[in-house]
Design a protein around this ligand. Structure first.
Ligand SMILES: [Zn+2]
Length: 326
């Protein structure tokens, strides 16, 4: 293959859309996390292998494409807060630092070209639970401007992470150039929710704090104080990584966790399991959480645990007929 870019702008747009489709299908299959190796292999597009990451620089494009495809944020260590929080503006715009050295100037040019052409990119956010480096992909990411003074690209993440992406929509937008009303759909709040999930999962090494289940596809970031409440802030100390079953059981007060992290099961659930002979939740009665983050600031906050546990107690006392009390 020739050394320089070999495709027309329209063909390159197609490569970007193929990348969107690749990330989207992975996400739909529950493969939210991608390893470095998987990104390095990338995907095939009309017979070309398209790698999606490079060890050597933050902004990436393969040689035969002219515009940037992806840009990454360095991995954080286990239990560390994401390093990019302060780079997200009030309106949800990400400020991504330009490459600072001369030999990486071509990557800045590749970003500017992607901006000019309105290409959808992917922002790769590194995370390192359990000593393996993974990346979350945020997409479609559009470069909406440049802050020359601070040497930053302004990036907005479009789309709704819970919905399949609409490729024809993105194609249209790219053809029209950048369209702010589209890219502002993913608000700062959404980005914070996503970050909460990533931080909690990372702090708990992507396994359920109650049963230790390790499947990322089944692990969720549970709020201790729910986010409808003022104290329900999206910080790790107000969360726990729980599998889907235990998350729901905790939210519905079938299962409670007291301030000393001991597990309780609602009387009605215990009796149901007794009658049916199936032991599911009851197995955990009296146990404590299997693991919490090492750093104290990230451990579940006692006051918040108590707040949630008081609701568990209230609800269960209301529901237990008085005759069952000795
Ligand atoms: Zn579980």
């Amino acid at each position: 293959m020739a050394d320089g870019p070999a495709f027309s702008p329209e063909e390159e747009l197609d490569a970007h859309l193929a990348m969107m489709a690749w990330f989207d299908s992975r996400r739909n299959e529950g493969q939210e996390l991608t390893t470095f190796g998987e990104l390095e292999r990338g995907f095939f597009w009309h017979g070309h292998q398209i790698p999606l990451i490079s060890r050597n620089q933050g902004i990436w494009k393969p040689r035969f494409l002219a515009a940037a495809l992806t840009f990454k944020t360095t991995a954080r260590k286990i239990g560390q807060e994401a390093p990019y929080e302060d780079r997200i503006d009030e309106d949800g715009t990400l400020r991504y630092k330009m490459a600072a050295t001369r030999d990486k100037e071509w990557t800045n040019r590749a970003m500017l070209l992607a901006a000019e052409r309105g290409y959808p990119l992917a922002w790769l956010v590194g995370t390192k639970p359990a000593n393996t480096l993974y990346y979350y992909a945020r997409f479609p990411a559009f470069i909406t401007g440049v802050d020359d003074e601070n040497r930053e690209f302004l990036v907005t993440i479009g789309g709704d992470p819970d919905q399949p992406i609409d490729l024809s929509d993105i194609r249209e937008r790219a053809a029209e150039g950048i369209e702010r009303k589209y890219v502002s759909r993913w608000t700062k709040q959404r980005l914070h929710q996503q970050k909460f999930r990533e931080d909690v999962l990372s702090a708990y090494s992507i396994s359920c704090a109650i049963c230790d289940l390790p499947h990322a596809q089944l692990i969720e970031a549970a709020h201790i104080v729910d986010d409808a409440n003022d104290a329900g802030v999206p910080m790790v100390a107000n969360g726990m990584a729980l599998c889907r079953i235990h998350h729901t059981a905790y939210d519905k007060h079938l299962l409670g966790i007291d301030e000393s992290r001991r597990i309780h099961v609602a009387e009605r659930a215990r009796r149901l399991e007794e009658v049916s002979g199936k032991r599911a939740l009851v197995t955990f009665v009296g146990r404590t959480l299997t693991h919490v983050p090492e750093r104290r600031a990230l451990q579940p906050d006692g006051q918040r645990l108590r707040w949630h546990f008081e609701r568990f107690i209230d609800l269960n006392e209301r529901n237990v007929p008085s005759t069952t009390h000795p």
